[in-house]
Design a protein around this ligand. Structure first.
Ligand code: HEC
Length: 393
């Protein structure tokens, strides 16, 4: 009777020890594992042309934005919005998350789309801190809300988006949070999850948001890269044509940084607005308006530059700052999109291009691309007027 019982005891304790060892190993594995031990949904796979699924309703939340204004779920009804989780002290994942957020704002030019960054660091990220952060990133603060919430509300909101926020005991990465972007529709329903590390997913997000908001499809790289490289090509031209040689010496020639949108006084006493047209003329026909205080030293570049080269030079000068198409005073200038005939603001953030010395403004990248393919078709009948009502100042 005694023998089997002690055998059982021995066997039992060996089993127990193994369970303990197994547990310790598993715990170590869990600690070592870089995968967050949080409930984290993953983006459903979907081909780009499939309709967006309706995933689930977003939770009700109330937060304070970088300007101290309250933002609630209710305020966002009727709008499409894109959200992510960040914190300003984060140097690991957040710089990329915020860079993507800012790129999305560029790609999704639709005025009704909103962008929300929920801070996961309520103790540190006060509205003031968030305001500073937004300024550093130069995001579109008219549409971008950086949100501070009470901790409990934050956890509830995260859980409602089916991700978790997890403070860690790690100085480098003190708070674990999701790297996903969420797309929410006008009725407060989650319509998509997008991995911020996947640039294709980010483009898809831009297009899905535009589709939901009823905008045109975003035409990526070709359009945006062209805009960027125009200024870069212009910079090379600027150096190789000798512009820099004179214009870096203020005693020789006026500095061009910040020129766009400035009022320039000419030597005949007139004051003119340095807009697109003025800058073009200054390059092609400098004698037509001499800047006061300067000698007529500048050669005319007419005949030396192709239309494209002139565009690039102007793009480069524009890239050096100033308020590109509007003077400091708040006049609202309107133009008509030559493709769809919609009235649009002729601001620098409106898609635009140069054609035969004229600036044309478009409601969307799509119209701009359509125009570019065959400008003659859109300018022939009636030359588009892009008059700016100059404010008397
Ligand atoms: C030989 C010196 C010289 C060179 C080279 C030169 N500029 Fe100028 N530029 C001037 C001077 C002097 C003025 C001011 C007098 C005037 O309005 O003509 C001026 C004026 C301008 C203005 C108007 C600035 C304002 O404040 O209103 C623009 C724009 C400009 N230049 C662009 C260019 C570009 C682009 C190039 C190269 C393609 C260039 N310049 C090459 C001397 C030069």
């Amino acid at each position: 009777m005694k023998e089997p019982r002690s055998l059982l005891l021995v066997l039992g304790s060996i089993g127990g020890i193994w369970i303990v060892i197994f547990g310790v190993l598993k715990w170590g594995e869990y600690l070592l594992n870089s995968k967050p031990p949080v409930l984290e949904v993953s983006p459903p796979s979907r081909s780009p042309d499939e309709p967006l699924p309706v995933l689930w309703e977003i939770p009700l939340f109330s937060a304070v934005d970088q300007n101290g204004q309250r933002v609630t779920t209710q305020d966002l009804r009727g709008r499409v919005w894109i959200a992510n989780f960040i914190f300003t002290r984060c140097t690991a994942a957040c710089p990329l998350l915020t860079a993507q957020m800012v790129l999305l704002q560029r790609a999704v030019r639709h005025p009704d789309v909103r962008f929300l960054s929920f801070s996961v660091d309520p103790d540190y990220d006060t509205p003031t801190v968030l305001k500073r952060y937004a300024a550093v990133w130069k995001g579109d603060e008219a549409r971008w809300f950086l949100l501070h919430m009470e901790r409990e509300m934050l956890y509830r909101t995260a859980a409602g988006l089916r991700v978790a926020v997890l403070p860690l005991d790690d100085p480098v990465n003190p708070i674990l949070h999701s790297n996903l972007f969420f797309l929410i529709d006008q009725e407060g329903r989650v319509r998509g999850l997008y991995d911020s590390n996947d640039s294709e997913a980010m483009k898809q997000l831009a297009n899905d948001a535009l589709a939901l908001a009823g905008g045109d499809r975003w035409l990526p790289a070709s359009e945006l890269v062209a805009e960027e490289s125009a200024a870069q090509v212009g910079e090379r031209l600027y150096a190789s044509l000798g512009c820099a040689a004179c214009h870096t010496h203020t005693t020789i020639a006026p500095p061009l940084a910040g020129l766009f949108g400035k009022l320039v006084t000419l030597n005949d006493g007139r004051t003119v607005l340095a807009d697109e047209k003025y800058v073009r003329e200054a390059i092609l026909d400098p004698a037509a308006h001499l800047v006061t205080g300067y000698l007529p030293l500048m050669p005319s570049y007419r005949g030396y530059l192709t239309d494209d080269e002139l565009d690039h030079l102007v793009a480069y000068i524009r890239a050096q700052g100033g308020s590109p198409t509007t003077p400091q005073s708040a006049d609202v200038s309107l133009a008509v999109d030559p493709v769809c005939k919609m009235e649009v603001r002729s601001g620098n953030d409106t898609p635009h291009l140069q054609h035969e010395g004229q600036t044309y403004y478009f409601c969307s990248e799509h119209c701009r691309a359509t125009f570019r393919q065959n400008p003659a078709r859109y300018v022939a009948p009636a030359k588009q007027v892009v008059e700016r009502e100059r404010s008397p100042r």
